[in-house]
Design a binder for this molecule. Structure first.
Ligand code: XLS
Ligand code: NI
Ligand code: NI
Length: 444
């Protein structure tokens, strides 16, 4: 990333955000995120790969289920969805990323450019904006973490896109994804995300689930083929979510996605983009889904947000819980860290936080929370007691019969012989959950 500009255009009252350390009382400074600080041999910036989302941060209006009226002050908006406005907004995104020191952004095709009357006109609009985004990327050094296609806002997708009951809708979605992959390639995106916005159902009474899943599998294969033909080297991801907008989304959690990918022979082509609040809506912790993905070699990227357990829907709040970020970073580090992926703030301010400066407070808080989580996780790993405990807990698998089982050397008959000889089995040592919970708190 190039040196940040102190541009006064869109956020005139906000300077380039400095790192001032934990004692600072400046709300527009980082207390923990120190981009060049080395943790486990890499800079924080390389570890965390922060990304700002176009949809909430640039296009959000503070809407909720009870009001679609703009609540948020964005002085640069002219109240239209024109191409000129779209071109101007690109400048807002890059000034924001530069002042924040976020090296990446992410977008849906329809976030950056307006739909036209026809697909041809829509694609032309997109090309115009993409040209501008490319220029800004070159000027600022801010890069694209991933692109995606919005297959859930337009009413044509009410029954789904790749899982629509209507083949023409499937074709329209395919055309849209083809173009979205092309522009992501043009912008040198590190990845491309498939989130099944309306791929699911409201009632099984009108749904042929098997047929819909087959179509989704075919759709993703077409995308994989197109990626090859295009020479796009970025990583494909699938993003699990159990519900919203449909009652039951097909990509419900990490395990369901992996099973789907395996069933349709797509496992080599897609990793997972895991979102914290989607995992909790599925009844899991984020760390659970990260472990499921990591164990399958499919931990790709994260959408960093958090939910509100009292509300129980996709509130997309900025993450501030250090315990949560510590757990996330423990698993991310365990599986070798991000390569193409990053920490993407798929998060939005509350409706009441309506001033532009709130966007800075929100992202600074999220970045500091992750920086702390990273440092704490690295300390826990360096200390080694947690890892040693887990290793010892499984010690019986490192020698003797355990080793033979893992090596596939024995079957039921040999194990019966072993068990009969033993008579009774000694239990393992205590699981010591409380001791381990206290140990984690030593570092927080
Ligand atoms: C919605 C999803 C969405 C994806 C991108 O809940 O999180 O924002 O990340 O389409
Ligand atoms: Ni997301
Ligand atoms: Ni979400």
């Amino acid at each position: 990333m190039k040196k940040a500009s102190q541009s006064l255009e869109f956020f005139p009252d906000v300077p380039v955000i400095p790192y001032e350390g934990p004692d600072s009382r400046n709300p527009l400074a980082f207390k923990w995120y120190n981009p060049d600080e080395i943790v486990e041999g890499k800079t924080m910036k390389e570890h965390l790969r922060f990304s700002v989302v176009y949809w909430h941060t640039i296009r959000g209006i503070g809407a909720d289920m009870f009001s679609m009226t703009r609540a948020w002050q964005r002085p640069w908006e002219d109240g239209t969805d024109s191409l000129d406005m779209a071109l101007k907004r690109a400048g807002v995104l890059f000034e924001f990323c530069q002042k924040l020191g976020a090296p990446f952004y992410a977008f849906h095709d329809r976030d950056v450019a307006p739909e036209g009357r026809t697909l041809t006109e829509t694609n032309r609009n997109l090309d115009r904006v993409v040209k501008k985004l490319k220029k800004y990327q070159e000027d600022t050094g801010v890069g694209l973490l991933w692109g995606t296609a919005c297959l859930f806002v337009h009413p044509r997708y009410m029954h789904g896109a790749a899982t629509s009951c209507n083949a023409d809708v499937f074709a329209h979605a395919a055309a849209q994804v083809k173009k979205a992959i092309e522009v992501t390639h043009e912008l040198d995106g590190a990845g491309y995300v498939f989130w099944g916005g309306r791929e699911g159902y409201s009632t099984l009474l009108n749904t042929d689930m098997k047929r819909e899943l087959d179509h989704l599998g075919a759709f993703l294969h077409m995308a994989v083929d197109w990626k090859k033909e295009l020479g796009f080297k970025g990583q494909f991801y699938i993003e699990p979510k159990p519900k919203e907008p449909t009652k039951h989304q097909y990509d419900s959690d990490a395990a369901a996605c992996l099973n789907f990918l395996r069933q349709y022979d797509l496992l080599d082509h897609l990793k997972l983009n895991l979102e914290t609040n989607h995992a909790t809506l599925a009844g899991h912790t984020m760390q659970h889904d990260l472990e499921v993905a990591g164990a399958a070699g499919a931990l790709g990227s994260i959408d960093a947000n958090t939910g509100d357990l009292l509300l129980g829907w996709d509130t997309d709040q900025f993450p501030t819980d250090i315990y949560l970020t510590t757990q996330i970073m423990l698993t991310v580090l365990k599986y070798g860290g991000f390569t193409t992926g990053g920490t993407n703030f798929d998060a939005k301010c509350r409706r009441e936080s309506f001033e532009p400066v709130d966007l800075f407070h929100a992202h600074i808080g999220g970045m500091d929370a992750f920086a702390r989580g990273l440092k704490i996780a690295a300390k826990i790993r360096a200390d080694g007691r947690l890892a040693d405990f887990v290793k010892n807990r499984y010690a019986s698998w490192d020698t003797g019969i355990g080793k033979d089982i893992e090596k596939g050397k024995v079957g039921l008959a040999e194990l019966e012989k072993h068990a009969l000889k033993l008579g009774e089995v000694k239990t393992n040592q205590s699981g010591r959950q409380e001791f381990l919970e206290n140990l984690i708190n030593e570092f927080i």
